[in-house]
Every structure is written in structure tokens, then in C-alpha cells.
Design a protein around this ligand. Structure first.
Ligand code: PAF
Length: 286
């Protein structure tokens, strides 16, 4: 496995292979890889001829009071995981190489980025959209994989690729969970042992909402109340948002009549957890 740090060397490597008809896959990450990333890398490996995993803790998607400086960076372990799972390249650019002096462009998607995570983290999605656009320009993949865990991010990236005709196929891979249902995340290491025991409550609340829809509840507010009750029963958790939305634009749904996504963010001590479930309402009898 090659380690490439310079964006121009990365592009040269990819361009050489593309000329030979090789199909390149990209799994973009910020490192601190866990079994969720492992599943993405494995799935990507089956879909391409040459696989790049990018490891870049992107400063532009962190707010001023967020954990950019302390974000875990276990690079030796990350490289070992990538090597074991058959990546051909670990692309590890520096922040200066990605954002050299004079860098100006910001990619924004105002409607999708406005709500939910965008409200809690105002510059986050512009940072994500900008870095993802750059990674696609540098690595030139034909296919890329994103985890469903960051649902709003995956919607945003699909829209971005469509709007800017980037010609990259996007696969959204199902969330990988711990045994109790907690969605895997690099930030789970911040959970204290006590908080870790309560962390799956978010997933339980989303499941309760999905169950209500499957049983025929259509009123979005009622579904939200069902989810909120599960969180309220666990007093150490506070809700940032817990909503029923349409899965394309992430607008809240007053009535659930077909597909919906239940998305939520809760705070547990110093940690903010996010998760989601896709659900299809049962057909209404006429
Ligand atoms: O999901 C992530 O890890 C990041 O947001 C991404 C897509 C690698 C962009 O920095």
C-alpha cells in the first residue's frame, strides 16, 4: 500500500490508472477508523479495481469550539487497517496542501445544509462540501462510498455531485452498529463508561418511531412524540433534534405516507450523538 501525501502526486497516480481503464474507488475519511469504516472499505474493494482511502482531519468542517485539535489521529493503526482491507493508497494530505495560501472557494448547499446538523454546526457542511469536492478533483474516483450514519452529509454529497456534474457514483452504505445498536463513530471514544451504557437510547428512540410508522401512525408530530418519550425516560440525555423528514430534502413531514427518515441528535455529557433510520409507511387501504 502506497502512502501519498501530495495532492498532485495523488492525481498523477489516479490519472495514470484511469488511462489504462482502471476503475478507481475512494473512501473519504478523517481517520480514527473503526469497524464502520472497515465495512465501507471492504464494500468499496469489491466495486473497484484500485482503492484509495483518504485520511484527512478537515479543519474547515469544525467549529471554533469543536474538537479539531483533539480529534483522535491514530495514524499507524489506521494505515494497518487500510493495508489489511486491501487499500492501494492511503491519501494523507496536510491542511496546508489542501488549503494553500490564497485558497478561496467555498462550496455551499444552502437548503440541505440549513437544517438539523447545519443549525447546530453552522459552517460544518460548507467545510464538508468543499473538502469532498476537492477530494473528488484530486483522486478522480469513479465510485465513492459514504456511511448512512451521517445521513444529511450523504444527501448533501449526492446533490453536490448531481449539481456540479462531477460524474462520481455514490454508494451510501448502511450504518454499522455496536451490539446494543449504538451507531459506530470515531467520537464514541469520548463517552464515559456510564454514558456509553446509555448511548444506545438514541437508536432505541428512532426504532420506536419507526415501529409506530410501521403500525400505521402517520402524524409526524405523534411519531416525534413517541421518539422523544424514549429519550426523556433517560434524564441524562438532552435532545438537539429528533424529527421525521422526507429523505431527499430533509424537510419535516407532517404526514408520513411513503418513505421517511427519522433523524436525531442528542447530547450525552460532552458528547453529541447523531443517528437515523429510513422507514417506509405501510400502504394505506383506500
Ligand atoms: O464523514 C467524514 O468522515 C467526513 O465528513 C468526510 C466525508 C471524510 C469529509 O471530511
Amino acid at each position: 500500500m502506497k502512502i501519498i501525501r501530495s495532492p498532485s502526486a495523488m492525481t498523477a497516480w489516479s490519472e495514470g490508472l484511469r488511462r489504462e481503464g482502471v476503475r478507481i474507488g475512494l473512501v473519504p475519511t478523517m481517520g480514527a477508523l473503526h469497524d464502520g469504516h472497515r465495512a465501507l472499505i471492504r464494500a468499496a474493494r469489491l466495486q473497484c479495481d484500485a482503492l484509495v482511502v483518504s485520511i484527512f482531519v478537515n479543519p474547515r468542517q469544525f467549529g471554533p469550539r469543536e474538537d479539531y485539535a483533539t480529534y483522535p489521529r491514530p495514524i499507524a493503526r489506521d494505515r494497518a487497517l487500510c493495508r489489511k482491507e486491501g487499500a492501494d493508497v492511503c491519501f494523507e494530505p496536510t491542511a496546508d496542501a489542501m488549503y494553500p495560501e490564497g485558497f478561496q472557494t467555498i462550496v455551499t448547499l444552502p437548503s440541505i445544509a440549513r437544517r438539523w446538523e447545519g443549525e447546530a454546526r453552522p459552517h460544518h457542511f460548507a467545510g464538508v462540501a468543499t473538502v469532498v469536492t476537492k477530494l473528488f478533483g484530486i483522486v478522480r474516483p469513479q465510485i465513492t462510498l459514504f456511511g448512512q450514519k451521517d445521513f444529511q452529509q450523504s444527501v448533501l454529497v449526492q446533490q453536490l455531485v448531481k449539481d456540479l456534474n462531477l460524474g462520481v457514483e455514490i454508494i451510501v452504505y448502511p450504518t454499522v452498529r455496536e451490539k446494543d445498536g449504538l451507531a459506530m463513530s470515531s467520537r464514541n471514544v469520548y463517552l464515559s463508561p456510564d454514558d456509553r451504557m446509555r448511548a444506545a437510547t438514541l437508536y432505541r428512540s428512532l426504532r420506536a418511531g419507526a415501529e409506530a410508522i410501521r403500525k400505521g401512525v402517520t402524524d409526524g408530530k405523534v411519531v416525534q412524540a413517541v421518539m422523544a418519550q424514549v429519550i426523556k425516560d433517560e434524564p441524562t440525555l438532552t435532545i438537539d433534534y429528533l424529527v421525521v423528514c422526507d429523505p431527499r430534502m430533509l424537510e419535516p413531514l407532517s404526514a408520513v405516507i411513503s418513505r421517511a427518515v427519522l433523524i436525531g441528535a442528542v447530547r450525552l455529557g460532552p458528547v453529541r450523538l447523531i443517528d437515523n433510520i429510513l422507514v417506509t409507511a405501510p400502504r394505506q387501504r383506500s
